[in-house]
Write a new protein. Structure first.
Length: 178
């Protein structure tokens, strides 16, 4: 009888110790996919865009591919939410800086949180408005009008892209005076 009682106590202690060593399961952060309105003519391609919940806000994470012979140093984007009841509203219009080599790609998470409440049926739409390199700036002409048309379901409106020299970020030219 004592042996049975001792064995039962030993089994309870061991099973309690083993279950106590298991780490609690971490809650996986919520992620929501983001539609990307690709603009033909920009040297930057955005893929796999999602927003990831972090500390009461959401962070934009995406894969970027540089399709130009220049390094890309940043971009400006608009993120819009389309609510089936309330319609479209702008969530963020931001400029982000980074370094992306010519013809390179990388996955980035931008650290500026975006605050909003996501409901079932909401769509998130991302559009690049400007891409920056040390030599050039690619600007989407009438970006807001094109994004408004896209959100309303008119996919026929394709914005044009204007490329201008970047006279702010261009490295200084070395001049030799004779």
């Amino acid at each position: 009888m004592r042996l049975l009682l001792a064995t039962t106590i030993l089994v309870c202690v061991v099973s309690g110790a083993v279950s106590g060593q298991q780490a609690p399961a971490k809650a996986k952060p919520r992620t929501f996919s983001v539609e990307v309105f690709q603009v033909v003519g920009l040297p930057l391609n955005v893929q796999d865009a999602v927003v990831v919940e972090k500390d009461g806000g959401y962070l934009l994470r995406c894969r970027l591919a540089n399709e130009s012979a220049s390094e890309i140093v940043g971009f400006r984007y608009s993120l819009t939410i389309l609510d089936p009841v309330l319609g479209a509203r702008l969530l963020a219009n931001r400029t982000e800086g980074f370094g992306l080599d010519a013809y390179g790609s990388k996955k980035l998470t931008f650290v500026n949180p975006i605050k909003f409440k996501h409901k079932d049926g909401d769509r998130l739409i991302l559009m690049l408005e400007q891409v920056l390199s040390p030599e050039s700036i690619w600007e989407v002409v009438r970006a807001k009008d094109a994004l408004d048309s896209y959100v309303k379901g008119d996919y026929s409106v394709q914005p044009t892209v204007m490329r201008v020299p970047n006279q702010v970020d261009v490295p200084p030219q070395i001049r030799v005076i004779n």
